[in-house]
Design a protein around this ligand. Structure first.
Ligand SMILES: [Zn+2]
Length: 188
């Protein structure tokens, strides 16, 4: 269709030139007629395309909403379920005071008995303990320090540490194995 318009416009241009050369108004009128014809063809063509582009979406529209909504939702849900546990893991392990080597050891026991109580240590013993570097052990993510022989430790992975350093880091003595009383007694 556009080729016809192009030919008509070129013909009209040629006629216009010949009208100017020959000074004949006939060619000019024919040229104007061809131009108007080309314009009409363009308008008709535009109207046809407009009907075509307007018509197809109508039958497709009712079918699309029924199928499309579930598709975009399901991928979004999958992304959320993978993201939530990842962010949860990052937030948790900040509650208890931990020594530096805590990161290296894996968590092995989560089902055993609860943390023992805190041994009460007299102030004069605390002063003695601060200068001692006798070895006690701690367990990752638990705030107590113990003697190696403590029955609570069981199969847990223990981290050896000096008793003075353990107290500096905020660990407290276990009231089952009573490391403070034992170490102070051994020191005296
Ligand atoms: Zn203990």
């Amino acid at each position: 269709m556009l080729y016809i318009v192009l030919v008509l416009v070129l013909a009209a241009l040629g006629l216009l030139v010949s009208a100017l050369i020959t000074a004949s108004s006939l060619w000019a009128w024919v040229s104007i007629g061809l131009s108007v014809l080309a314009g009409l063809i363009l308008v008709v063509d535009w109207l046809r395309r407009r009907r075509r582009s307007a018509a197809p979406p109508a039958p497709e529209a009712p079918a699309a909403p029924a199928d499309s909504p579930p598709e975009p939702e399901s991928p979004a849900e999958e992304e959320q379920t993978t993201l939530i546990p990842a962010s949860g893991d990052l937030g948790d392990p900040a509650d208890t005071p931990e020594p530096a080597p805590a990161d290296a050891s894996a968590e092995t026991e989560t089902t055993s008995d609860s943390e023992p109580g805190v041994e009460e240590t007299p102030d004069e013993d605390v002063a003695v303990l601060a200068d001692l570097d006798d070895e006690v052990v701690v367990v990752d993510e638990y705030p107590r320090y113990h003697l190696r022989t403590c029955p609570w430790l069981g199969p847990r992975d223990t981290i050896p540490i000096g008793v003075g350093e353990a107290r500096q880091l905020g660990f407290t003595p276990c009231d089952r194995c009573r490391p403070d009383a034992t170490l102070v007694a051994a020191h005296r």
